[in-house]
Design a protein around this ligand. Sequence first.
Ligand SMILES: [Zn+2]
Length: 74
Amino acid sequence: MDKCYRHPDRPGNYFCQKDGNRMCEECACCHSPNIYCQYRGACVINMLTKQGEITPCADKANDEQEGQDEKVSA
Ligand SMILES: [Zn+2]
């Protein structure tokens, strides 16, 4: 139960409420940081990303739209 959605052998300690995915430490990152997310204010993944605990995976996927993440207000 509660395993990483990509790694069934690892615990999914991080949960994306938007995607409904559990992720292990390696997989944990916001997969759509440039899209409005109603859960972002309470998202542990987003929080840890900002704290530098998690490497943003969007860096590799979406280079164009970086820096658009500031208008988060819930
Ligand atoms: Zn994983």
